[in-house]
Design a protein. Sequence first.
Length: 164
Amino acid sequence: MVIRGRALVVGDDVDTDAIVPARYLVTSDPAELGRHCLEGLDLGFPGRIRPGDILVAGENFGCGSSREHAVLALKGAGIGCVVARSFARIFFRNATNLGFPLVECPVLRDVAEGDLLAVDLRRGVIRDLTSGRAFAAPPLPPFILEILDAGGLIPWARRRRYGA
């Protein structure tokens, strides 16, 4: 499974309030949440997101509260995946449960805004097609790939239970 997209770069310690500010938690509609995705960092950020973009982050992405709305906002905005040097544990779990791919890559450095990336979830390779560099990341385990392929934990469990 390879995800290709344009890099949108953010820094370290991007918390769930920056991903989707608390005032929008009155809905769980991904499209509505997506309209406000990352405006906690920059009010103009949602207008820069194009479907399939890959968010590139530093350390501790998704820290803060355990709300699932942050993942729904990323999905609703059309972000294809997030690649970060590290993730907050509960955010990583929420993303997996909701079928949204995250790749932890501690060696990720110097990806520029707008670079074209290819993220190979199975092999654990992030290629910056603009600069020609590649970064090795731990590949996602097969059970997480299965959950992502199913669209999240609930669809995965239904598929295993009922074969549908």
